[in-house]
Design a protein around this ligand. Structure first.
Ligand code: NAD
Length: 407
């Protein structure tokens, strides 16, 4: 095959078993292609050698774009040893591919190279990419959006939102510690006693809980707040203090609902007092599909100690702090406000490993026991995450968005 490098091991294993022409037809395993991520700052890769080994052992042909895993520290030779083939160009990679794995949404140029019926799986971020969705619809591509995987117990192993939020929460705590001019733990030394730093986490979902656990391990005093009262038990189980407000804003599906104006004022007052005494504040508060709630006003920032750090994980959805600028660092009254984007990509080795395992589980729904693609996407997880299929946008809100914009 032109442009495809393979080891003798691959050739042996693949003999009589793998066929690029199979296209995943009934009873015949599929060609799975993994693209190199091109978005600046995206250092993750959609699969890792450990997962490749499992897929190739099941009879699939896995093709990896040359250097796709390089920035996550998975070099080509590890993929080769796991049974993959390395494609030197996108054309060779995608030619005959039945399934394409991605972290970020595919580009329109990539979509043009796919055969009709090709299945693309990854984060699709459809709201911000209507043109990409329309192109996939028109080219009759099948796309599954991992962010639409329902958060039910059976789907936990496929929950890429959670695995990547875990990576983001950890990285946020490290980033905060790294920019804080203080030690986090209490120290008793010959040069005197150092008081522990106080870290405040606003929003105790998946990322927030990981940030709490990380700050606790670094020895800080940790306080946390979430509008969902159920989060209190989880916060306390990590050894942190939960700030209580007489509000329970648990909405549908375990997510938060929007607060009333009166509730917002109460929240603001309590949060401001906690922010003012913190050395590091990590904010992770989000409401799906809406702008992030404003929790820290510029007046509250002015009340903070000089040297304090805010890491705003909600920067990409509008920010939890009034002064946050996505992708930038702002200094105000001696307070550093970080608005990092795509934090999981800053820990690419393990974030990729977790993401690849999520995809491996997801593929388990897509293939039958013979390794062929299931004839119908009837599983509730596949139904919920199916964005585009057979020339139609299947996800209601995205369809409405496209119809509104006449894309
Ligand atoms: P998210 O990223 O949507 O939001 C992060 C946190 O911000 C949430 O805990 C939310 O309650 C909180 N928040 C929203 N508005 C706030 C405000 N004004 N002040 C303070 N906090 C505010 O959430 P997530 O981390 O993706 O998870 C949300 C929920 O889903 C959690 O209950 C989590 O345990 C649950 N979950 C369930 C599963 C599963 O059952 N398989 C998997 C993952 C998450």
């Amino acid at each position: 095959m032109v442009g495809i490098m393979s080891t003798p091991l691959v050739a042996q294993e693949g003999k009589g078993k793998l066929s690029t022409a199979s296209n995943g037809a009934a009873g015949i395993p599929a060609v799975i292609a993994v693209l190199k991520e091109l978005v600046p700052g995206e250092d993750r890769v959609a699969t890792v050698p450990e997962v490749v080994q499992k897929l190739t052992r099941s009879g699939h042909e896995v093709r990896i774009e040359h250097d796709a895993g390089m920035k996550a520290f998975y070099p080509d030779d590890l993929y080769l040893a796991a049974g993959a083939r390395i494609a030197s160009s996108q054309k060779d990679l995608l030619n005959g591919a039945r399934v394409v794995l991605r972290v970020q949404p595919p580009t329109v140029a990539e979509i043009e190279q796919l055969d009709e019926g090709t299945i693309v799986i990854g984060f699709m971020n459809a709201t911000n990419n209507p043109g990409m969705v329309a192109r996939m619809r028109d080219r009759k591509i099948t796309a599954f959006a991992l962010e639409l995987v329902p958060r039910i117990t059976r789907a936990q192993s496929m929950d890429a939102l959670s695995s990547q939020a875990t990576a983001g929460g950890y990285t946020a705590a490290i980033l905060g510690a790294n920019n804080c001019p203080k030690f986090l733990p209490m120290l008793t030394t010959a040069a005197g006693t150092i008081r522990p730093a106080t870290v405040l986490i606003l929003g105790a979902g998946v990322a927030g809980l990981m940030a709490i656990a990380t700050a606790k391990r670094l020895g800080a005093i940790v306080e946390a707040y979430d509008v969902r009262r159920a989060a209190g038990e989880q916060v306390r189980s990590l050894g942190a203090k939960f700030l209580e407000l007489e509000i329970n804003a648990e909405g549908q599906g375990g997510y938060a609902r929007e607060l009333t104006a009166e509730e917002k004022a109460m929240e603001q007052q309590m949060v401001s007092a906690a922010v003012a005494r913190a050395d590091i504040v990590i904010t992770t508060a989000n409401i799906p599909g809406r702008k992030a709630p404003l929790l820290i006003t510029k007046e509250t920032v002015a009340m903070m100690r000089p040297g304090a750090v805010i890491v705003d994980l909600a920067a990409e959805s509008g920010g939890n702090c009034e002064l946050t600028q996505a992708g930038k660092t702002v200094m105000d009254h001696g307070v550093m406000i970080l608005g990092p984007q795509n934090l999981p990509a800053r820990i690419p080795f393990h974030a990729s490993q977790m993401y690849a395992k999520n995809l491996q589980s997801f593929l388990g729904l897509l293939f039958d026991k013979d390794g062929a693609i299931v004839r119908e996407f009837s599983d509730e997880i596949l139904v919920a995450s199916l964005l585009v299929h057979a020339g139609e946008v299947r996800h209601g809100p995205t369809r409405e968005l496209l119809e509104g914009g006449k894309a």
